[in-house]
Design a protein around this ligand. Structure first.
Ligand SMILES: *Cc1c(COP(=O)(O)O)cnc(C)c1O
Length: 379
């Protein structure tokens, strides 16, 4: 089946008791048992809930994966991956990561004795010097947030395989519509479902997808043991959101391209980060592994003062100043003080996250209105 058909039908089984076409919200914490230990496959809802299972089946299908486990947030999904490791293990991660991922790694897991190396993995050969007998995992995000660098998934997967390491890709920015890391050799795909999958800025959720049964068993064990499970109402909302994922992504890509090109010619803008430009340093890799370039764009203003950046960020009428991304509505974000405030200034400036950088999540409104809004805010 092709993508749009899967988005609408995968995981959707008419309710056996009524025939309801939409998966019901099974708002229950427990299930009645016929006799001790004999039930209909459901014991307690931290472990299993039919609404969540329908969603997991759907997301697995979109990522061409066999298994999916959903979590109460993207960060909880990342946390579950780290729980596959033990004290003394080492991780090699990209150096341009979602701020909350960096915070979880350095502020929580470093004190449990896990060692992290943050490396520019847009050049996969940079990974090699950091591999030793304690290395267990490579963590990549692509496109990266917010400077839209592209990591070659196939190259990293080859390095991981040769050295017997787990390779995890945070696929949040691309969404499964634009990129499927499992097909390119990743072991686990992580999503902040909060973003494009949910798509309507009304749910916080995460997911891990894999093709490997033994890895899935471990991930599910961690979900059930650590308890970061999402609720049935949220699962229903995401199932509903995903039905239009392919249509939304087409429009995000269409609007994103026109806006990136408009901004690239704008006299008040020094730099536009968007992987669709031929001049983008990893454009060829993006073309090879992605089916489109998406609606995430970052800009650096020519006038560098923080006062000017704040003034521009606060002048929009259609774009809303907010954290997050991937919803139907356009958002603008100031990473240095918002999403990436947890990263020390020196660290973030090394990866280009300067004070005059603004990140746009281009929504699916009429593009003429979005360009008019950028025009008035920049002037
Ligand atoms: C938002 C985000 C996360 C964290 O997900 P939450 O759902 O907010 O916990 C992780 N990675 C990326 C790329 C994100 O954008």
């Amino acid at each position: 089946m092709k993508f749009g058909t899967k988005a609408i039908h995968a995981g959707a089984h008419p309710d056996p008791s009524t025939g309801a076409i939409m998966t019901p919200i099974y708002q229950t914490s427990t299930y009645v048992q016929e006799q001790p230990g004999k039930n209909k496959g459901y014991g307690y809802a931290r472990g299993k809930n039919p609404t969540r299972e329908a969603l997991q089946e759907n997301i697995a299908a979109l990522e061409n994966g066999k298994y999916c486990v959903c979590f109460s947030s993207g960060v909880a999904a990342t946390d579950a991956v780290l729980k596959l490791l033990k004290s003394g293990d080492e991780v090699i991660a990209g150096n341009d990561l979602y701020g909350g991922t960096y915070r979880l790694f350095t502020k929580i897991y470093e004190s449990f004795g896990i060692v992290f190396h943050f490396v520019d993995i847009t050049k996969p050969e940079n990974i090699l010097p950091y591999i030793n007998s304690k290395t267990k995992l490579i963590w990549a995000e692509t496109p990266t947030n917010p400077t839209m660098q592209i990591v070659d998934i196939v190259e990293c997967a080859n390095i991981a395989k040769k050295n017997n390491l787990l390779f995890v890709v945070d696929n949040t920015f691309a969404s499964p519509y634009l990129q499927n890391p499992l097909d390119l050799g990743a072991d686990i795909v992580m999503h902040s479902v909060t973003k494009y999958l949910g798509g309507h800025s009304d749910v916080v959720m995460g997911a891990l997808i894999t093709n490997r049964a033994e890895l899935h068993e471990k991930i599910y064990f961690i979900l059930n043991s650590s308890g970061a499970n999402p609720g049935p109402m949220d699962s229903f909302l995401v199932l509903r959101g995903i039905k239009t994922l392919h249509i939304r992504m087409e429009r995000h890509c269409f609007n994103g391209k026109l806006i990136a090109e408009y901004l690239n010619k704008h006299p008040k803008i020094e730099k536009v980060y968007w992987p669709g430009f031929e001049s983008h340093p990893n454009h060829d890799v993006a073309k090879k592994q992605m089916r489109g370039f998406g609606g995430m764009i970052s800009i650096v203003l020519k006038e560098k003062s923080i006062e000017n950046t704040f003034k521009v960020a606060s002048s929009f009428k259609v774009f809303s100043l907010a954290e997050s991304l991937g919803g139907v509505e356009s958002l603008i974000n100031h990473p240095a003080t918002m999403t990436h405030a947890a990263i020390p200034k020196e660290e973030r400036e090394k990866s280009g996250v300067v004070d005059s950088l603004l990140r746009l999540s281009v929504g699916i409104e009429d593009v003429e209105d979005l360009i008019a809004d950028l025009e008035q805010a920049l002037s």
